[in-house]
Design a protein around this ligand. Structure first.
Ligand SMILES: O=C(O)c1ccccc1N[C@@H]1O[C@H](COP(=O)(O)O)[C@@H](O)[C@H]1O
Length: 207
């Protein structure tokens, strides 16, 4: 069994990028969704991505962004993976010639297999709790909505933190986990000790 990949999302400060990298994150996420308290400008993101060493993936998160908006970011920020967290169609996501993952907003009645069939070219399906405002809500969802043997790379997110991630990984065995609120001391302000504890919690489940 390979180790669970870890993404730390919603970084806004150089020291938080360094903490994520130093503690062993595989990917870091930057939010390009203006209403989010974690939103970064293009200049800010370019400076933060420049801090990343090789083999740590830079991820750009978008919510129902226009093509011009995404293109403007991609022109200046070397993002390696796109995360579409809104109501984007497969065609919307495929426009940029970059790999992407697609978020499913989970609540009772959502059929993940059907959702997945609508996004056949996404590199993975991220599952997050349905919240007003699209994400970053620090809310868990009913993990039994995830079918056993899902069959595609699954990124588990939504309300994960150092206190629940070990159980989550043991139970779901996702390809990766993604966390934002659960490693923060304030919105957009990460806490190095919580990042370290979160990553240790994942590794404990990996065995
Ligand atoms: O982080 C945000 O502000 C955000 C805004 C809009 C859409 C998604 C957002 N973040 C993503 O939400 C999930 C769950 O986050 P949390 O750990 O529950 O806070 C995660 O995938 C973030 O990447």
């Amino acid at each position: 069994m390979s180790r669970t990949r870890i993404k730390i999302c919603g970084l806004t400060r150089p020291q938080d990028v360094r903490a994520a990298v130093d503690h062993g994150a595989d990917a870091v996420g930057f939010v390009f969704y203006p209403p989010s308290p974690r939103a970064v400008s293009i200049d800010q993101a370019a400076a933060l991505v420049a801090l990343l060493p090789p083999f740590v993936t830079s991820v750009g998160l978008f919510v129902n962004a226009g093509q011009d908006e995404v293109d403007a970011v991609l022109e200046r920020v070397p993002l390696q993976l796109l995360q579409f967290h809104g109501d984007e169609t497969e065609a919307d996501c495929a426009r940029y010639g970059r790999p992407w993952i697609k978020a499913a907003r989970m609540r009772a009645g959502v059929d993940l297999v059907e959702f997945s069939s609508l996004h056949p070219r996404a590199g993975g399906i991220l599952v997050d709790a349905f919240v007003e405002g699209y994400g970053g809500g620090g809310k868990t969802f009913d993990w039994s909505l995830i079918p056993e043997g899902f069959g595609r790379p699954l990124v588990l997110s939504g309300g994960l933190d150092a206190g629940n991630v070990t159980e989550a990984v043991r139970r779901i065995r996702p390809w990766a986990v993604d966390v934002s609120s659960g490693v923060e001391r304030d919105k957009g302000i990460k806490d190095a000790a919580q990042i370290a504890a979160f990553i240790a919690g994942v590794r404990q489940a990996d065995g």
